[in-house]
Design a protein. Structure first.
Length: 417
């Protein structure tokens, strides 16, 4: 296809990070290798983007930095109220993009971050083809697991669902969905919510990926054999990550394999409760909480683990899973959301979330099987690396995006004719 002039909304966009920031950064970077990109992002992101640009050769990207005035409510928030700021910021981005469009004459607009289906993108108001996504957030905790949460955590999940349903009534969100030429959902669960808003077809594609240099480094990580058998998890220590159930399963493993170890990377509101649970389960000496560490340190420690355990009950993506699979580590997860798309019988264990007892039992069985079968771990090593190379390198993922750009542009041309 011809080289397009594309305006991209990437609220979260920073180099060398995972999560939303990594999604925004890597999509912008890879798309700009083929097309001309005008990327609109937060002014605060310039603190990490500009130093990176000075040290590294990157495609020619037109960076437009913008932050709302400091007096805007929630301008400094880092919690859920940041979405108020984000909503207003998206409105401002439309006027910036419209002004640029008068001079540049964009061929296409693309909303990338936040990866959130229940808030609109005002780029859809521009008179050009519009691609929305990948967007997620439609995942919910299976009701039977709510009983394992604290009262506060249960209230949070109920409130989250109510807020999302209210947001689905937003006329601007419905405009965004109805006027998107291509909609990309991160998971089947999000696709179902979007198709509840609009009858348009959604494409399911995970938003996560990995760069070629990082993959090349991780895929050369040697297979770990021998004892102690070591499990690794990484993520925010919050209720829906389900680490409390993972620790209960691990406690069962230590009864059979007393020297087994469990490493947890990350921090969050549930840390004190998890530490106390380790004491109760008598596994304190087997579990190490590393806290929040630089991403590079986490990647370096993948070499020391046998398996990556990701017990999350709702997850749109799962960057750490892609990183673990790139290192050839088998992954144990629930067949929910993003992880359910990434893990299969060739590279790990993915099973339905029916009840807490059923999940705990399945985790114990999977861990016990992997402890006893080093040969299977070796086979999974090669399958995992092969799968990531085929589907999750950023360079491979944007090829799918290019095809969708062609669909968006061609459909618009047909409509005009």
């Amino acid at each position: 296809m011809k080289k397009l002039k594309i305006v991209i909304s990437a609220y979260a966009c920073e180099p060398d990070l995972g999560s939303e920031q990594g999604v925004g950064w890597n999509y912008v970077l890879e798309i700009a290798r083929t097309h001309s990109v005008w990327a609109i992002t937060r002014l605060k992101n310039a603190k990490t983007i500009d130093p990176y640009l000075q040290k590294n050769k990157t495609p020619d990207i037109h960076w437009i930095y913008y932050d709302l005035p400091g007096w805007i409510p929630c301008s400094q928030r880092k919690d859920k109220l940041e979405f108020v700021y984000y909503y207003i910021w998206q409105i401002a981005v439309f006027f910036i993009a419209r002004r640029l469009h008068r001079h540049v004459h964009f061929d296409l607009a693309h909303h990338i971050t936040f990866v959130t289906y229940w808030l609109p993108s005002f780029l859809s108001l521009l008179p050009i083809p519009f691609v929305w996504g990948p967007i997620g957030g439609g995942e919910v905790v299976v009701p039977s697991f709510l009983t394992t949460f604290t009262h506060r955590a249960r209230c949070f999940e109920y409130l989250r669902r109510v807020v999302q349903r209210i947001c689905e009534l937003d006329p601007f969100l419905r405009w965004t969905a109805h006027h998107a030429d291509v909609i990309i959902a991160t998971t089947p669960e999000t696709r179902n919510r979007i198709e509840h808003i609009t009858k348009k077809h959604c494409i399911v594609m995970s938003q996560v990926g990995i760069s070629e240099p990082e993959f090349n480094q991780l895929c050369n990580t040697p297979i770990k054999l021998g004892r102690p058998f070591r499990i690794l998890s990484a993520g925010v220590l919050t209720h829906f990550k389900n680490y409390h159930l993972a620790l209960e399963a691990f406690a069962e493993i230590t009864k059979k394999y007393p020297d087994s170890e469990y490493w947890l990377f990350g921090d969050g509101p549930e840390k004190d409760g998890l530490v106390a649970l380790c004491q109760t389960l008598n596994i304190k000496k087997n579990v190490t909480f590393f806290g929040q560490v630089p991403r590079r340190l986490f990647l370096d420690n993948l070499v020391h683990c046998d398996v990556f355990l990701h017990p999350s009950l709702r997850e749109s993506g799962g960057f750490a899973i892609v990183e673990a699979l790139s290192a050839g580590r088998p992954v144990i997860c629930l067949d929910l959301g993003g992880p359910g798309l990434q893990v299969n019988k060739q590279n790990g264990f993915s099973f339905p979330a029916i009840s807490p007892l059923q999940v705990k039992t399945k985790i114990v069985e999977a861990l016990d099987f992997l402890v006893q079968n080093e040969k299977v771990r070796q086979e999974m090593y090669y399958s995992a690396v092969k799968g990531i190379k085929a589907d999750y390198l950023w360079s491979a993922k944007v090829k799918h995006i290019y095809r969708l750009y062609q669909v968006a542009v061609d459909n618009t041309v047909v409509e005009k004719e």
